[in-house]
Design a protein around this ligand. Sequence first.
Ligand code: UTP
Length: 476
Amino acid sequence: MTNSLDDRYSSSKQILASRGQSHVLRWWEELSLPHREQLIHEVETIPWEMIGPILESSDLVSPSSDVLDGLAPPPVYPHMPAPEAEQEYEEAKSLGCELLRTGRVALFMVAGGQGTRLGYDGPKGEVIVTPVGERSLFAFFAECVLAARVRYQAAIPWYIMTSPGNHERTVEYFESNAFFGLPKQDVSFFSQAMLPAFDGQGRLLLGAKHGLALSPDGHGGSLKALVAGGALADMRKRGVEVISYIQVDNPLVKPFDPLFIGLHKKTGAEMSAKVLPKVDDLERVGNLCTRDGRVVLIEYSDFPESLAHERNVDGSRKFDHGNPAIHAFSVEFIERVVERSFQLPLRRAKKIVPFVNDEGQLVAPAQPNAVKLEMFVFDVLPLADRVLLLEIQRADEFSPVKNASGVDSLESAQRDLVRRAYRWLEDAGVSVPYDHSGEPGATVVISPTLALESADLAAIRDRLPSIKQGDSIYLQ
Ligand code: UTP
């Protein structure tokens, strides 16, 4: 028997009062029935066991609790193997191909973020990312999946995590584009959970008179969401063993990298991560390290400068292990972590959050006014008994769309897509024109359906057009 709204209201009121949050229901009398239902539902789903201790703590925006003692550089598989390791890399690649061919790999993309820095009003995956050919991030990734399905002759399932604010629009986008030619049953969407924001006194903020100010619970929320949204059960049914984890905003990422997938499996890793050599000591990128035999990630803002500047005897950077947020997981590991209800740390950040003030007006502050809570997927790393780390080359695999302009923007990602196409063409023996500043003189992007990596172009060298100054070509 379900409780009446009156009963639910009474018990919510009691709980809120006991937590010093009675203001949440202050507009109750003027709300419509559907709005009352919405508000009560939100109150009932507040994860008090997670956020209660934070709301009651005296230091709401505490500095990170990361332990910074005993950090050491982690062991990493280099991008190119030493001669004695060549065989191991070859075997790993074959194993990765075998796992792909036998349908034991799934693609998992997190796309639930709000993309505040980019400022695009909609799911980031809709943003047109190719400077020619009009492919959105989602469309470009769909071409990767299509290409992998052809190459490996397997139904590679693609799971996309959204959040309540962009879920419907993401699904509609795929539907209106006929799933970009992919079978509908192999593309699925599920939403992550939300967490409430609060002010400097630990009072929950209202985003409307009938609702809390909620935001997605971070990419770390993906572990629980994989289970809650039914994706993990679906993977099990399909016989998936390895999950290739990518983020929606990096068009250069290789979603199906046989070497990475193969090394992950061959070494018995539970979670794996690609590793990015840093552009400078203080690059704003998370640092992969080891501590007490476990791999941990220390955010750039917490990473001691003295360590960032440390050098090896040959002069190279000692801590040179940036995190591009590209992972592989074993299905069992995620099951184990979620089953044991492990709680990832809630990271806190001061952000601008519009809120309803005591007079009932919606205020859009100019300065950060609220604390938002998020979980990060890299906080799972220390839980894994075995972690495989593989170094990548930035120019080939990493150029995220984060900001509206400048570093890590749409413009830089587009530039890097063209630069990569140029390198691949030159590797295949195609001559390409440059302008007077040494930059590409034509706008060329290679569709993943034509080549998933540089070596694929060499095989079709004779079919490639010649590229002239000023050309704009989406090669497919
Ligand atoms: P970012 O941390 O860069 O966040 O996400 P964002 O939402 O894209 O951008 P800002 O910080 O608001 O400007 C990295 C990846 O993690 C996903 C994003 O969609 C992106 O693929 N993500 C982030 C989620 O899926 N859920 C979240 O709660 C946060």
